[in-house]
Write a protein of this length. Structure first.
Lengths: 101, 437
């Protein structure tokens, strides 16, 4: 039964990708929300009275990062649907024809 | 097996054509159940936290499933190859199954699909999220066992890659919920640390936006993955029935359109019973947890399809929701509900296989056109019965977000709760409860 190591190898990769993107993006979003809360101040942060407008910059900046990552995700779904695969050969992810089996 | 060998040629053709038509109808019906069975995977968390209204959520999910389904330009024609030996590597049916206008192959697929539908309906009635892919593959394995015996089943492939029942069904179903759970738990824990000083109301509201985005990704990915399976099965049937040349297999546009539409319609119908269990039964979910859960589901599903790791959307989504409960300090995780759910996962594959095999035997045993028609009638009768039973305790968009039954709340899904979570205290008066279990 040499399939268990194979499965664990696949699982490990999925876990790693999931932790970076699946946990990473929501956590970035949490920082973004914290920025937005700073910008509002009273009523958003416990015990905070003053608003720090700089928070808006954090909010929009991080949101942009997330949107870029998400559009990559959508591009990935679309690419897979039309028979493309994603390659990381050139560091920047790019789409190529799916290798024929 | 009764075969129409003695019949004149044109009669044989007609019989095979009618069986083919039945297979296509049943395949679309399966796709439809696949839709409503899995609405909760993408939308349960958003509905539970109020990020989307129940109707809004199913509408969004339906549209994204339709888009996802239609995006599947290059369809996997070899869906059955993971678990059974009825196709070759190009998606062509095995020649030995092509006798009598492909009747044997058609009946295998027919029995398999019906096994999948019946299991999907039974688990829906009980409000249990179980894997539609496992139901389909289990059904196909059952149909194949019925026709070819155990030798027709690919249990472990050749051992060089993840293949067969063990590699494509068993191992992923053990691993994927745990992976999703870990990711969602980590995300939830860190999110609550980062936002510890933020007022609850502010946090809840802002996180709903993110949650809707993540849920949409899950829906889109679901449409591309699951509608494809039906497209592959219908195409296999068309090749077997001789409607598509066996030298140049392609997926006709009407197959894509009808499969994408069937899954979208099913999604729009909303599997409210399952959404209720996933959204309210496992953990009491807040919107940061919802984002963590949906973010985890979306990436695990996408990363897996990139890495060729087969898994079930349902297992991933359920694992994620559990993880979002584990990751939050002081959150209630209803392990008893989870336990019953896992039990349902474990029996999905064999149960669908048993039904698939029985349906094949009935269809092939009676033979001709009578066999498939009898099986089709059984399916219709069974579906009607399930639907009738579901009317005893209706869960729909109006009460799907009611709290999980704890003995004081209005009766929602008492029967379903009773089966998947029998240790709950139940109200004394339960007029809505069905008489028989």
């Amino acid at each position: 039964m040499n399939m268990i190591p194979l499965a664990l190898e696949g699982a490990w990769k999925v876990l790693a990708a999931g932790l970076v993107l699946g946990a990473g993006l929501p956590i970035i979003y949490a920082f973004a929300v914290r920025g937005l809360a700073m910008a509002q101040g009273a009523g958003a942060i416990i015990g905070e009275k003053t608003a720090k407008p700089f928070g808006k910059v954090i909010w929009w900046g991080l949101l942009l990062v997330i949107l870029l990552a998400v559009s990559y995700g959508i591009a990935f779904i679309v690419a897979t649907g039309v028979g493309k695969a994603v390659t990381f050969d050139h560091i920047i992810p790019w789409f190529v024809d799916k290798p024929k089996k | 097996m009764a075969t129409p060998c003695g019949q004149p040629h044109h009669e044989r053709v007609t019989t095979a054509t009618i069986i083919l038509a039945l297979v296509v109808v049943v395949a679309l019906a399966f796709d439809f159940t696949n839709g409503f069975h899995d609405t909760g995977n993408a939308m349960a968390a958003s509905i539970a936290t109020g990020a989307l209204s129940p109707k809004g959520a199913v509408t969004l999910a339906a549209i994204l499933n339709l888009v996802g389904g239609l995006l599947s330009v290059e369809v996997a024609l070899t869906v059955s190859n993971a678990v059974v030996n009825i196709q070759d590597s190009k998606g062509l049916p095995k020649p030995e199954l092509m006798a009598n206008g492909g009747t044997m192959l058609l009946l295998i697929v027919f029995g398999g699909l019906i096994g999948g539908i019946i299991w999907n309906l039974a688990t829906w009635l009980l409000g249990l999220p179980s894997s539609s892919s496992h139901a389909l593959l289990g059904g196909l394995v059952g149909g194949t066992i019925g026709a070819l015996g155990f030798a027709g089943v690919k249990w472990a492939g050749d051992g060089t890659k993840l293949d067969g029942v063990i590699g494509k069904v068993l191992l992923p179903s053990l691993l994927s919920p745990v992976i999703a759970m870990i990711i969602a738990a980590v995300a939830t824990r860190v999110i609550f640390m980062v936002t510890a000083r933020i007022e609850d109301k502010f946090r809840e509201k802002r996180f709903r936006w993110g949650q809707v985005g993540a849920a949409s990704m899950v829906s889109l990915a679901h449409g591309t993955n699951d509608a494809q399976k039906t497209m592959g099965v219908i195409t296999l049937a068309l090749v077997a029935g001789g409607s598509i040349s066996s030298t140049a297999v392609y997926v006709p546009f009407w197959v894509k359109l009808s499969a994408a539409s069937a899954i979208a319609l099913g999604t729009y119908l909303g599997g409210w019973r399952i959404i209720h269990t996933m959204g309210k039964g496992l953990v009491d979910i807040s919107s940061p947890q919802g984002l963590a859960a949906d973010g985890s589901s979306a990436t695990v599903i996408l990363a897996s399809s990139q890495l060729g790791f087969a898994l079930s959307t349902t297992h991933v989504a359920t694992g994620s929701i559990m993880g979002s409960g584990i990751g939050r300090k002081g959150a209630t995780v209803r392990w008893s509900v989870a336990g019953r759910m896992v039990a349902a996962w474990a029996i999905t594959f064999p149960a669908a296989a048993v039904v698939g095999a029985i349906m094949y035997w009935i269809a092939a045993g009676l033979g001709g056109l009578v066999g498939p028609l009898v099986v089709f009638a059984i399916l219709c009768g069974f579906s009607w019965y399930m639907w009738k039973r579901s009317r005893h305790n209706v869960i729909d968009h109006s009460n799907v977000t009611d709290d999980w039954h704890d003995g004081t709340k209005p009766e929602v899904a008492v029967a379903a709760h009773d089966i998947i979570d029998p240790h709950h205290e139940l109200d004394e008066a339960q007029p809505a409860r069905p008489t028989a279990h």
